[in-house]
Design a protein around this ligand. Structure first.
Ligand SMILES: [Zn+2]
Length: 355
């Protein structure tokens, strides 16, 4: 908490209560010796409150969050009442410039936190971000998409055993909450360890701003600010939310072409047909079935597979009752229902033939 009567300094700019600034964080230098800086908007409410960062494109090709943050920046229908909000549409600017997940040195920036001043290029970059943003924040929201050639139904990932992470994850308003502490060196894990509880949101594909996914994200950010008392109003939440602690990637057993029998966000019963692998001449070779009752969290968008390649990511639900409850909550929530319908149009979903 900061005294609202105080001026805060953010990246060289003095900011009083109720003021905002578009500025940048100098993070490194280019091959031609010029400064490379990340654009950021800092907004202050009139009253004191928490400091929160919202970031996207930490993987430089994951743009749904970039779209969501740009919408929030340009939308004057909401007002920040208290606290400070840092909005960073593209965290990995060097990856973004090359439409790439990775940095030019082929490192994953999201495995390099908290970074070090004397380390690799990625590690130095991570340290600047960590010291100048994360260390000054009380909470964080980091927006992602699925990796290349995959899509995800919007879901929140966080250490759900940590009270404040659970609070943020719930308030964001996705129907699916996935428990995990995150990989070593990831922003959310290291930020949470530092005392800045941070959640990750995953939705959609790389290289796109998908309207329905971006809408889940903008609603979620506003929901979290309402939960933290930074904005007026109550978070808009679905009827029910499910906490998932076990997931499994179903992998192709045979090479060939996959006919999918489910779409992202679908609920499936144990044993249900998920995808059928066949030759290019449509001769059936192998069928994948749900190993347990669950939710299709993510899946491949590329139907051609080799043995061992991931096809569908299923999150485990306790029983048939929770499968039905999940389907009902998606159908009853405008934002998630639209995402469910939109994401399904990326995939040809067919009815399995009788075996
Ligand atoms: Zn990512």
């Amino acid at each position: 908490m900061t005294d609202a009567s105080d001026t805060q300094q953010w990246f060289g700019t003095d900011l009083g209560p109720g003021q905002s600034v578009n500025t940048e964080i100098e993070v490194t230098e280019s091959y031609s010796g010029r400064n490379i800086a990340i654009p950021i908007q800092v907004r202050r409410g009139l009253r004191p409150g928490p400091t929160v960062f919202v970031s996207a494109a930490l993987h430089g090709d994951e743009l749904n969050g970039t779209g969501a943050i740009r919408t929030l920046i340009g939308d004057d229908s909401w007002t920040l009442d208290s606290g400070t909000l840092l909005m960073i549409p593209v965290l990995n600017l060097l990856g973004f410039e090359r439409h790439s997940r990775y940095l030019p040195d082929r490192r994953d920036l999201n495995r390099c936190f908290p970074g070090s001043a004397g380390g690799s290029m990625a590690s130095r970059l991570a340290k600047v971000i960590f010291d100048s943003v994360v260390a000054r924040c009380d909470y964080g929201i980091d927006l992602h998409t699925a990796a290349v050639r995959r899509t995800n139904f919007p879901n929140v990932r966080a250490n759900l055993d940590q009270d404040e992470c659970l609070r943020l994850a719930t308030a964001f308003g996705c129907g699916i909450l996935l428990h995990g502490i995150g990989p070593k060196g990831s922003l959310r894990r290291e930020a949470t360890n530092l005392g800045c509880p941070t959640i990750v949101v995953e939705g959609g594909e790389v290289w796109k701003v998908e309207s329905s996914v971006a809408e889940c994200m903008t609603r979620g950010v506003l929901n979290v600010m309402k939960e933290l008392g930074m904005m007026q109003g109550e978070p808009i939440l679905p009827d029910s939310q499910v906490m998932i602690r076990e997931t499994k990637w179903l992998r192709a057993e045979r090479g060939g072409f996959m006919s999918m029998h489910c779409a992202p966000g679908d609920s499936v019963e144990k044993g249900q047909a998920i995808a059928t692998n066949s030759s290019l001449l449509a001769e059936d070779q192998n069928r994948l079935e749900a190993p347990f009752s669950g939710i299709i969290i993510g899946m491949t968008t590329l139907p051609a597979v080799q043995p061992g390649e991931p096809v569908v990511h299923v999150g485990r639900l306790a029983n048939t009752k929770s499968v039905r409850r999940h389907a009902k909550q998606v159908a009853g929530d405008d934002v998630q229902r639209t995402a469910h319908e939109h994401l399904a149009t990326n995939i040809q979903v067919t009815t399995p033939t009788e075996e």
